[in-house]
Write a protein that binds this ligand. Structure first.
Ligand code: MRU
Length: 329
């Protein structure tokens, strides 16, 4: 969309993959180009491009780069899939392009379809946001996490476009601050009122009666409805259940993994310790401090009020509702 306030996150441009370099936001809006599979893998590992649906597009475009270069596609697919294990969309995008006769055309189609899916998903989810609702979100599940429009932020954006006047509590999302850096930037561009909070404030906000619902994205949804998302999401879900606040997950069906029976089977990425010990180039922990930097956690299906997809809204029991929406079997 030409007049979208948020430019395309990732696109195929003259034989290269052109991406917003998300490491530089919110300070600078800079584009990064990957001309080789290696460059693309580095951009994925370093979080220049991140977010499950955007990783799906990146995976497909990585295979397209390999095809254009005449490389072995199985080797390229394996290298791309090895960059980040949790978001199932990455392997999904890789396999879509790998299976296509024209990987470039397929990769471009994955990007176009992603935006369409997110708009449909947003429309399904918008009605769940109460008029004037105060929505808490964690991490960034916006246009930057996708080819465009966003999933959790797509729901909020659609509610905004429908005049439901949502306002947003933005969790800063330590350690990499996707909330403070990316979600806050997007909501500002979209003109949606938002307030940034430290992650530890969620309980206090909910206890004060200041949160009407939670909407988050997902990196992988198991067949039973367990949801992997950015670390800290599980804690928000536990709090929401305690305070009887609806907890919604918004994700395209490409994030649902029919081959993963439960959250226990979802691989959780361990990221470099420096993400925790350093902040804005400054050391904030003693040198040599032991660090556990699991990038994701798994929210049990029992804490999820509903899962919003482009095909509709799934409610418990998820084994049945997800199977019906995703048309398995
Ligand atoms: O490590 P990231 O930034 O890739 O993690 C992203 C998330 O956890 C998002 O919430 C998820 O991918 C959904 S994006 C629509």
């Amino acid at each position: 969309v030409v007049d979208d306030p948020i430019p395309p996150t990732i696109e195929w441009h003259e034989g290269r993959v052109r991406m917003i370099d998300q490491r530089r936001l919110p300070g600078e809006l800079v584009l990064l180009e990957a001309a080789t599979v290696e460059e693309l893998c580095a951009a994925i590992r370093d979080l220049a491009v991140r977010g499950a649906p955007a990783l799906g597009v990146a995976g497909a475009m990585g295979v397209a780069l390999a095809a254009e270069a005449g490389l072995d596609l199985d080797d390229a697919a394996a290298a791309i899939c090895a960059t980040r294990p949790t978001a199932v969309n990455l392997a999904w995008g890789v396999h879509r392009a790998r299976a296509a006769a024209d990987p470039v055309a397929e990769a471009r189609a994955v990007a176009v379809e992603d935006v369409e899916r997110n708009r449909r998903l947003g429309a399904h989810g918008a009605v769940l946001v109460p008029v004037g609702g105060r929505v808490l979100t964690h991490c960034n599940a916006g246009a930057l996490a996708c080819a465009g429009y966003g999933t959790a932020l797509g729901v909020i954006r659609a509610a905004h476009e429908q005049g439901r006047a949502p306002t947003v509590w933005v969790d800063e999302t330590r350690p990499v601050l996707q909330g403070a850096r990316l979600t806050a930037w997007e909501l500002d561009r979209l003109g949606i009122p938002a307030t940034l909070v430290a992650d530890g404030m969620a309980a206090g906000l909910m206890a004060a009666g200041d949160v009407d619902c939670v909407v988050v994205g997902a990196d992988r949804i198991a067949a039973n409805g367990d949801v992997a998302n950015k670390v800290g999401t599980y804690g928000v879900a536990v709090l929401a259940a305690h305070f009887h606040i609806p907890f919604y997950v918004a994700a395209p069906t490409s994030t649902v993994d029919p081959d993963c029976p439960s959250g226990a089977h979802i691989p959780i990425e361990q990221r470099p310790p420096e993400e925790v010990t350093m902040l804005a180039g400054q050391r904030i922990a003693p040198a040599g401090m032991a660090v556990d930097n699991r990038a994701f956690d798994v929210t049990p299906a029992a804490l999820v009020t509903a899962i919003v997809t482009e095909e509709g809204v799934a409610r418990p029991p998820y084994a049945e509702s997800l199977a019906a929406l995703c048309r398995w079997g």
